[in-house]
Design a protein around this ligand. Structure first.
Ligand code: MRU
Length: 349
């Protein structure tokens, strides 16, 4: 299942807000439509947001013609700014835009078609690389899991969120293929239900035995000894190993520590922010109050109630057992292992 594809000069993407009721694909050549799709979570998940933004820049360049060499650079820069303003937390967005900015900076000729080809090739490269990255993360992660294990996951870090089989869900599906996995518990993931709408849909298609729970049931299952590991994705990891991910992740990490089970974070190295030393500086997106006060368009809270709805939380590094990346498994102290990655030039910051 491909949540996003480049077809004949257009970006085709699955509108994830319509799942699981409808598999509805949009096709567009309009970068502003792509920016809006990222903003309204039709395209979502850290790696996929980055891939979509990279294609967005390529799409924008296609609207240039050969008489526009002079204004091309400032136009593409303005598009990069628009895409960068869609969602603040997932660093993959800024990472992918930075790659496109480098392509723009390297453009020396006066040929608009050179610029168009280079931007499209870079977007395709980012997309293809992500599929390989997911495979590597999945293999590293599946190896870590004990035989016959049951895992819990939160939000959606699967094929719908990436250019490949997923990060956390990639590990889960790989472990299933290897005969190591017994069961998956899926957090519903309030308020936008990425767990029940998206992860349950993906896991069902993969025919992996699974149980959907409301978020607050996780503690009960852990107490009952039904879960052997928790695996989640990430939107941004800072150099000390703090992890921003879908709100609700932090409480799971605390629960995991209390119950003595491993808490694994799976993410490509592009999710590591080499410029940020601790999680306290991560910008956290706040969502519209109506996502909490309404259910399917119907009000479920009084009109005047005040709402606080951060889309993400930050899990302090001391609760993280390991960070599973495409460049291997990192264990505490994360500042040392992530610094080594940075020194080897494997982090683009
Ligand atoms: O708001 P969303 O649905 O974009 O949030 C997604 C998550 O929090 C995922 O866990 C994260 O992006 C990792 S996706 C491989």
């Amino acid at each position: 299942m491909k949540p996003l594809e480049w077809i004949n000069g257009k970006l085709k993407f699955l509108d994830q807000t319509r799942l699981p009721l409808e598999e509805f694909f949009c096709e567009t050549d309009d970068v502003l439509f792509v920016a809006k799709a990222i903003k309204r979570l039709a395209i979502r998940g850290a790696p996929l947001i980055g891939i979509a933004a990279a294609y967005g820049v390529a799409l924008a360049s296609l609207s240039l013609n050969h008489s526009m060499v002079k204004e091309a650079r400032s136009y593409i820069l303005s598009i990069i700014d628009i895409l960068a303003s869609t969602r603040p937390t997932a660093v993959n967005l800024f990472w992918a835009l930075k790659r496109q900015r480098r392509v723009l900076d390297a453009w020396q000729t006066d040929s608009i078609s050179d610029l168009q080809n280079n931007l499209l090739n870079e977007a395709k490269q980012i997309h293809q690389e992500d599929a390989e990255i997911c495979e590597r993360i999945s293999s590293f992660g599946a190896e870590l899991l004990s035989d016959d294990c049951s895992v819990l996951t939160h939000c959606n870090a699967g094929a719908l969120a990436t250019g490949g089989r997923g990060t956390a869900i990639g590990i889960i599906s790989k472990a299933w293929e290897l005969g190591k996995l017994k069961h998956v518990y899926i957090d519903e993931t309030r308020p936008l239900l990425q767990g029940s709408r998206l992860t349950a849909w993906e896991i069902d298609r993969a025919k992996i035995p699974a149980t959907l729970i409301v978020d607050s049931v996780a503690a009960v299952l852990l107490k009952q000894g039904k879960i052997n590991a928790i695996i989640v994705g990430a939107d941004r990891i800072t150099m000390n190993g703090d992890v921003a991910n879908k709100v609700g992740t932090y409480s799971l990490a605390v629960l995991a520590k209390h119950h003595g089970i491993p808490f694994y974070v799976a993410a490509p190295v592009s999710t590591i922010d080499a410029q940020m030393s601790t999680g306290k500086d991560i910008p956290i997106e706040e969502r519209d109050a109506r996502e909490v006060t309404e259910l399917f368009g119907k009000r479920t809270a009084p009109e005047m109630v005040h709402v606080y709805s951060p889309a993400f939380d930050v899990t302090p590094n001391e609760f993280v057992t390991a960070i599973i990346t495409d460049r291997g498994v990192h264990r505490p102290p994360f500042s040392d292992s992530l610094k080594r990655l940075s020194l080897r030039g494997e982090l683009v910051g």
